[in-house]
Design a protein around this ligand. Sequence first.
Ligand SMILES: Nc1nc2c(ncn2[C@@H]2O[C@H](COP(=O)(O)OP(=O)(O)OP(=O)(O)O)[C@@H](O)[C@H]2O)c(=O)[nH]1
Ligand SMILES: [Mg+2]
Length: 452
Amino acid sequence: MSNSPPLPLILAVVGHTNTGKTSLLRTLLRNADFGEVRDSAGTTRHVEAAQLLLRGKPYIELRDTPGLEDSIALAGHLKSTGLRGRSCLEHFIGQAQPDVAREFEQEIKVLRQALECHAMLYVIDCREDVLEKYREEIAALSLASRPILPVLNFIQADSRQLQNWRTALAELGLHALVEFDTVAFDFDAEKRLYQKLQTLLETWYQPLQQLLDYRAEEWQQVRNACIAQVAALLVEMATYTQPPGQGEQRAKQLESLQNTVRQREQHCLRNVLELLNFSSANVQLTNLPVQNGEWELDLFAPETLKKFGLDTASAAATGAALGAGVDLLLAGLSLGAASLTGAALGTAWHTSRRYGKDLLARARGEKILCVDDTTVNVLLLRQLSLLRHLFRRGHAALGPVQLNEKEKAEIPSGWREQLTRARSLLQLKVGVDSREYKNALTDMKQWLASVL
Ligand SMILES: Nc1nc2c(ncn2[C@@H]2O[C@H](COP(=O)(O)OP(=O)(O)OP(=O)(O)O)[C@@H](O)[C@H]2O)c(=O)[nH]1
Ligand SMILES: [Mg+2]
């Protein structure tokens, strides 16, 4: 006889109205389009299910349910059946008078799911006091004799009631619970949710473990893929070159260089959003000028530089447009710098930026137009904050998300080496398929992963 538990494991997501049940589903499903989420009571009117698959096989079925509203009146009706446990619910659902059935239409849908599921996720808005109506809800749902895992939502908003909820739930015999903010995603919190289910549902321990491992691996892969996008952007832009022009032609070339950088950054943003399964239409990020999947604040706008605390004065001193490309003197590197060390490159850079024309005039070697340090620095800082935000954003987030973590605008240590390394590819004149280029890219990915 096989001991395999029935799959999918059916989890009913239940709770008072407007506590974030549909939001929880969105985040667990990584799907911002699931159901309807609104800040009002009675948004979900029907039971809606979605499955979590593992290699095409349904492992978990999550069922979103309408919110419970009048549990105190419901409790009276349940008591009047004179029955206990599942038969009390079955009797109430099957035998309720038409007017009662109408009055409790939504509640009956929920109770039916309580009977049909293997376990319930009971979502709590823990900004609320532990009111009698919530105790009655839990008592009614408990009649289904299925494990209930309370999910404490809105923990970021307000944690003062958290202890009261813990105590009240323990009094009701619910000792396993999980804190899970549906708006700010945290992979560890999701992991804890499945681990708590493992303790409540021993029969499903193995499949839950498989799902957990799979989700962890998947999350790691998605994270790495996002980091790879950013690494590619940075290395590509640090090594991008154009031949320099003269006079008017030069202004046009600077503009074209800027456009190239803008488009390349935009391309990276789109890919990252897609990898994380965010439709660009619903992404608005606090502190980041991203709206509808587009960078709003231009990369080259003075505010962008200022926001990241970058020095605009030296760029302005050259008379060039802010963040415009500078002439990299490949020949200039022979002005005392035999090898491309960080310091040597830094000096050559700064000098060429400030006195570019003179040096250019003197240089015998090649002159090329490339993306200047300030611009690459801004790219780096924007991408770091983008990834930090998106990695912590739940799919239920509607508007801008305020995260606790303070915006870190400083350039992390080790960046100068990374930039120098990438710039050295220019001197080596190697293509994207070369070993050197690939190594620089790998280094950049590792470095980014270490600072995120
Ligand atoms: N700040 C914050 N807002 C949340 C969180 N979870 C849900 N919300 C918001 O709370 C409101 C209700 O969320 P829903 O997911 O629609 O709640 P529900 O329990 O499905 O509501 P009904 O279907 O009406 O019972 C929405 O405005 C959500 O954006 C959270 O963890 N933090
Ligand atoms: Mg809902």
